[in-house]
Design a protein around this ligand. Structure first.
Ligand code: C5P
Length: 179
């Protein structure tokens, strides 16, 4: 689930092994941000799929770089907001959206190897992966980690709001019919 430490662990492993890095959550976040900016409804699966196909996304599939661009614009900071996290979890429920983003994710599995981070990477995207790690933590610990991350990135947030948002997102992510 969100905030369990997947991103940190994946980045450190990729650096240690000299492998590529796939932060799949960021891909869902980019689509969500583009939908918010272009006023595409988060429940309009067809429009979201079209948007996913048209995204001019520059992604650092590399643990040494973190800058994510959409067209010419650096959107890395905007991707980490609670609003985008929540929208990402709404776009991620659509099976069509998930398959539209599948090829992009699978293309990253190149030599010398890939560390992929995301809740469906071992089950759906890379079922043949050599090593699968399931990482979990209590909602209180995950909320505290998210809170510290957001505070350090200069955002003004309340602990209770973070906890509530995580709980809502957990339910949505765990009860959707796909992935
Ligand atoms: O991991 P992160 O918090 O960046 O993910 C944002 C949202 O994107 C999650 O709440 C989840 O709904 C969705 N997601 C997903 N499958 C992935 C990665 C992220 O559904 N592999």
């Amino acid at each position: 689930p969100s905030g369990a430490g997947k991103g940190t662990l994946a980045r450190r492993l990729a650096l240690e092994l000299g492998f590529h890095l796939l932060d799949s959550g960021a891909i869902y976040r980019v689509l969500a941000l583009a939908a918010l900016d272009q006023h595409v409804a988060l429940d309009d699966s067809d429009a979201l799929c079209q948007l996913a196909d048209s995204l001019e996304l520059t992604f650092p599939f590399d643990a040494n770089h973190t800058q994510i661009c959409l067209g010419e614009t650096d959107i890395s900071a905007r991707l980490r907001t609670q609003m985008v996290a929540d929208a990402a979890s709404q776009v991620a429920v659509h099976a069509g959206v998930r398959s539209a983003l599948m090829a992009l994710q699978r293309r990253q599995a190149t030599a010398p190897g890939l560390v992929g981070d995301g809740r469906d990477l071992g089950t759906v995207v890379f079922p043949e992966a050599e090593l699968k790690i399931f990482l979990d933590a209590s909602v209180a610990v995950r909320a505290e980690r998210r809170y510290q991350e957001l505070i350090q990135s200069g955002q003004t947030v309340e602990r209770s709001a973070i906890l509530r948002d995580l709980e809502i997102r957990d339910v949505r992510d765990r009860t959707r019919p796909v992935a």
